[in-house]
Design a protein around this ligand. Structure first.
Ligand SMILES: Nc1ncnc2c1ncn2[C@@H]1O[C@H](COP(=O)(O)OP(=O)(O)O)[C@@H](O)[C@H]1O
Ligand SMILES: [Mg+2]
Length: 363
């Protein structure tokens, strides 16, 4: 993958009216380069309209928008769209083209040679976890829903856009596939570092993926803009509190890191099969592991490299990657067989410690 190219997006008093309906009313929002910002809000609040204005599928009625320094409404829409990847719910792959042809669409349009486009397709398919030799020659109907979404993401990334707009890209797939796609997507973002505007109406998805969350109400009103932790621990008003749900305390577990520098020593004679998590997991996994076990505490292990991840993980990607680590390992994951390869735990957490850490994170 090339060096990251990402641009910031700035909306300044952007408004769009359809007849009597004000879909978006003077929205001002800044999305820093390289961040993943989630727009969330109830159906009809204007989320899709915002995305479509950014890539000029729809023109704003008033207001200004910037991609980096460039004013979006003054740029050539065709050139603009080549710099902006767009992924929508049902992907919109071309049914009579192979996966390879689909992914190569924009590179070919902008005049890349066939060889260059082909090697880009191979690179991207590998990045989204679909072996090119197995899948490149298939047609979209020969893929599962989750595989089609991955190809949609690969196609959107093909010409190395500076921004990715994603409109409920994972909402049509079942929950298990969706969770996998989210994990993979976080790792992908760790590798490519694009500016991403991601629309969803699913709070869990927003919390899981977003560096920041913009909570919108009808008419594209910005009710709150903050990190998942901020939105969950300090909802700005009743609308946000209602929208994120009365279980926001539980949701917050997932965005709160384990207090690694504040662990208790393991008790003497702790059982080998005590529940454990790695230090980069969240309090949510820690609590889940604790509840599954019968020790009343959970051990915290140092992170160990997992070779199975290496295909998707270039060296030196940011700390964001960590958040997306799948937690598919069993909760009790000390190596089996006592081969001497066990890593010493860093310490442990009790239920009280989890509670205390959660409270401290909200302060
Ligand atoms: N092309 C259109 N013509 C007329 N009304 C539209 C059009 N697109 C969206 N709207 C209206 O604008 C509002 C916001 O729509 P949309 O941006 O699709 O919301 P969301 O994506 O948050 O569900 C809705 O009331 C919708 O009916
Ligand atoms: Mg929509």
């Amino acid at each position: 993958m090339n060096a990251t190219r990402a641009e910031s997006i700035r909306l300044d008093q952007v408004r769009r009216q359809f007849g009597e309906t004000v879909a978006v009313d003077r929205l001002t929002l800044e999305i820093p380069a390289g961040e993943l910002v989630v727009l969330i809000g109830p159906s009809g609040c204007g989320k899709s309209t915002v995305l479509r204005m950014i890539n000029r599928l729809i023109e704003p009625s008033s207001g200004r928008m910037f991609l980096g320094e460039e004013e979006i409404t003054k740029s050539d829409p065709v050139k603009l769209r080549r710099r902006i990847g767009y992924v929508i719910q049902n992907v919109g792959l071309f049914p009579h083209q192979t996966v390879r042809e689909n992914v190569a669409t924009v590179p070919r349009l902008v005049g890349w040679s066939k060889a260059k486009a082909n090697s880009r397709v191979d690179e991207l398919m590998t990045l989204v976890g679909l072996e090119p030799s197995r899948y490149a020659h298939r047609y979209p109907h020969e893929l599962s829903g989750g595989q089609r979404q991955r190809i949609g993401v690969a196609r959107a990334l093909a010409a190395d856009p500076v921004v990715l707009l994603m409109d409920e890209p994972f909402s049509a797939v079942d929950p298990i596939v969706r969770a996998r796609l989210q994990d993979e997507f976080l790792r992908l973002q760790g590798a490519v570092g694009k500016t991403i505007v991601f629309v969803t109406h699913d709070v869990d998805e927003a919390v899981r993926l977003g560096d920041r969350i913009a909570v919108l109400s009808e008419g594209g009103h910005l009710e709150q803009y903050g990190t998942p932790g901020q939105v969950l621990s300090h909802p700005a008003n009743d609308f946000v509190a209602d929208f994120v749900g009365s279980d926001r305390g539980i949701k917050r577990l997932a965005v709160t890191p384990i207090p690694v520098s504040n662990l208790r020593p393991l008790p003497a004679g702790a059982p080998q099969n005590a529940p454990s998590v790695t230090q980069t997991e969240s309090l949510r996994e820690a609590l889940a592991a604790l509840l599954e076990g019968d020790t009343g505490w959970v051990a915290v292990r140092p992170e160990s490299p997992r070779p199975s991840d290496s295909a998707l993980r270039p060296s030196g990607t940011g700390s964001k990657v960590v958040r997306g680590e799948p937690t598919a390992q069993p909760a009790v994951a000390l190596p089996e067989g006592g081969t001497g390869s066990e890593q010493a735990a860093l310490g442990m957490l009790t239920l009280d410690d989890i509670y205390t850490a959660l409270r401290a994170a909200a302060a």
